[in-house]
Design a protein around this ligand. Sequence first.
Ligand code: HEC
Ligand code: HEC
Ligand code: HEC
Ligand code: HEC
Ligand code: HEC
Ligand code: HEC
Ligand code: HEC
Ligand code: HEC
Ligand code: HEC
Ligand code: HEC
Length: 319
Amino acid sequence: MMSVVSRTKRLGVLGTMLLSCMAFNASSAWEDLPQEEYEAVLKGKFEQGNYSAKGADNCLMCHRRNETVMALFEGVHGRTENPASPMSSGQLQCEACHGPMGNHNRGGKEPMITFGKGSQLSASAQNSVCLSCHKGDDRLAWHGSTHDIEEVACSSCHNVHAAQDPSRDKHAADENCLSCHQQQRAQIHQRSSHPIRTGQLNCTDCHNPHGTLNTAMLSEHNINDNCYACHADKRGPFLWEHAPVAEDCSSCHNPHGSVNEAMLTQRTPLLCQSCHAGVHSGTPVSQSGQDAFGGGRSCLNCHNMVHGSNHPSGKLLQR
Ligand code: HEC
Ligand code: HEC
Ligand code: HEC
Ligand code: HEC
Ligand code: HEC
Ligand code: HEC
Ligand code: HEC
Ligand code: HEC
Ligand code: HEC
Ligand code: HEC
């Protein structure tokens, strides 16, 4: 195992965070402490900055039989050759994530920073540890993003004590998203849907789970730019545009799936009539499917170029 020659004793980001908002209150029965007091104990440890002189070697004296712990060394965070990796010498090793050991080794009495469902720390406190190294481009918009505000932890989607991070397998990553997003799970199983179930398309093709400055954490500036990335033919320019198409694809389509064909939010003619209420008022538009207006493809029987037309006489989107 690696051992540590010299390491600077410094306050992690969590330390700074806790220092700025908590009052120190030492206590020993930490497992039962309410979150605030538990965080206060950790804050005290950061204040004292008692990092272990032996680094990981020290921790592993007690934790090496735990398979979860040892799996760290199969993943990127356990590499020693990458100087940015927590395990390389000069870094704080285990304590880069779990905080200074302090008196934790005295029978495990003092808490360490913990992660995941069982953790007594708020998600934002846990996340500040990860962000101390990962504040790169892809996560610039994390702060204030919906997942940040909703207290979703990095470790809800990532696992560092593992040979491979789960986000590397896109299909498994989708399944993880769907474990929280039940509405989208239902939509992608409906009659017409984007092929997400089969793994042909992934949540992250359209969304950045780390947040963006755009609506719904979309990767592109707006919904249409998002759709054009794959459906370039719908961008035009068209000689005869259909106003809502250029404006917002989602005024007619659900981006994940729907019970109607072509992922339409409503079936025709209702969809068209939601905006064109009084049209063809001379002709009663039947909903019974018996005439050209209500039957077959309904309005699309005649106005079939619904996304726009390039035909010189396609003003009414019929050719
Ligand atoms: C003298 C033994 C000992 C040493 C050394 C030690 N620990 Fe622990 N640690 C324990 C005991 C005991 C517990 C509580 C029982 C448990 O959860 O395994 C514990 C719990 C933990 C937990 C919480 C586990 C959970 O599931 O909630 C973490 C994280 C942890 N230790 C990390 C470390 C790190 C990092 C180091 C080195 C800086 C370290 N420990 C050094 C004995 C030790
Ligand atoms: C890159 C950050 C990071 C580093 C470095 C790290 N851990 Fe962890 N540790 C975590 C996270 C996150 C979890 C929660 C489980 C998960 O997501 O992998 C965890 C879980 C644990 C647990 C609880 C495991 C269980 O059985 O549930 C222990 C104990 C632990 N770590 C000890 C260590 C020791 C010892 C080291 C150094 C050899 C270490 N950790 C290095 C982030 C880290
Ligand atoms: C001490 C710095 C440090 C800390 C703290 C840290 N990481 Fe990392 N992380 C790294 C390095 C270095 C890499 C490898 C980057 C590379 O290879 O380009 C990495 C890679 C990753 C990757 C990519 C995994 C892969 O398989 O390519 C994920 C995901 C990740 N970290 C999540 C986390 C999470 C979640 C936490 C908090 C629990 C965390 N990191 C804490 C340094 C850190
Ligand atoms: C809602 C799930 C989710 C959350 C929460 C999340 N991530 Fe990710 N992360 C992913 C997915 C999915 C990928 C893979 C991205 C892809 O396929 O394009 C990823 C990729 C990464 C990578 C590797 C790629 C890169 O950009 O270097 C790092 C590092 C990372 N995340 C760090 C973090 C950190 C730090 C946090 C917490 C602040 C976090 N993530 C929160 C889902 C998440
Ligand atoms: C641990 C639960 C959890 C996981 C896992 C999760 N999310 Fe979320 N997500 C939430 C919560 C809570 C909200 C806010 C309520 C809502 O909109 O459903 C949210 C909101 C969103 C939003 C709407 C953002 C907005 O600003 O309107 C998108 C998009 C999203 N998540 C995408 C994803 C993707 C993609 C993944 C997988 C990479 C994922 N989520 C994984 C909990 C989660
Ligand atoms: C083809 C692109 C695309 C894919 C793939 C995609 N989404 Fe979306 N998603 C969108 C768009 C566009 C919106 C915004 C819809 C709106 O605002 O009307 C959205 C909105 C959302 C919202 C917010 C919904 C709300 O009512 O506010 C969540 C949550 C979400 N998506 C989760 C997911 C999850 C989880 C996956 C993977 C299973 C996924 N999305 C895959 C394009 C996509
Ligand atoms: C990452 C690529 C990608 C993005 C982005 C994308 N799509 Fe798709 N879309 C596909 C694929 C792949 C199919 C399936 C094509 C096939 O089966 O021929 C599809 C199919 C469709 C269908 C036909 C569904 C059916 O059942 O006939 C509609 C409608 C559609 N997309 C609308 C949209 C809208 C609206 C957006 C923007 C919110 C969008 N797409 C964004 C890749 C994408
Ligand atoms: C005014 C409503 C409306 C708007 C807005 C709209 N669509 Fe459609 N779209 C439809 C209808 C209706 C169909 C079914 C056409 C058919 O069956 O001939 C359809 C079908 C599709 C299809 C599958 C068939 C094909 O033509 O490839 C795709 C892909 C599609 N739309 C993408 C988009 C994109 C991308 C946008 C935004 C740029 C968009 N749509 C905006 C009404 C609309
Ligand atoms: C979200 C609202 C909306 C929906 C839904 C919608 N349209 Fe339109 N449509 C418009 C607007 C706005 C115009 C432009 C009207 C104008 O320029 O006076 C338009 C123009 C048209 C025109 C050309 C009329 C002209 O005078 O230039 C036709 C034909 C048309 N729509 C048919 C349809 C059909 C068929 C559907 C259903 C598939 C549909 N529309 C759905 C809003 C909508
Ligand atoms: C049998 C063919 C046919 C069907 C079906 C049809 N239209 Fe038309 N539509 C026309 C023709 C021809 C015109 C131009 C003459 C007119 O105004 O009657 C027109 C004109 C329009 C116009 C532009 C003129 C105006 O009054 O604003 C709109 C919008 C329109 N239709 C929408 C619809 C909608 C919505 C439906 C479905 C409920 C529909 N059409 C069904 C043939 C049809």
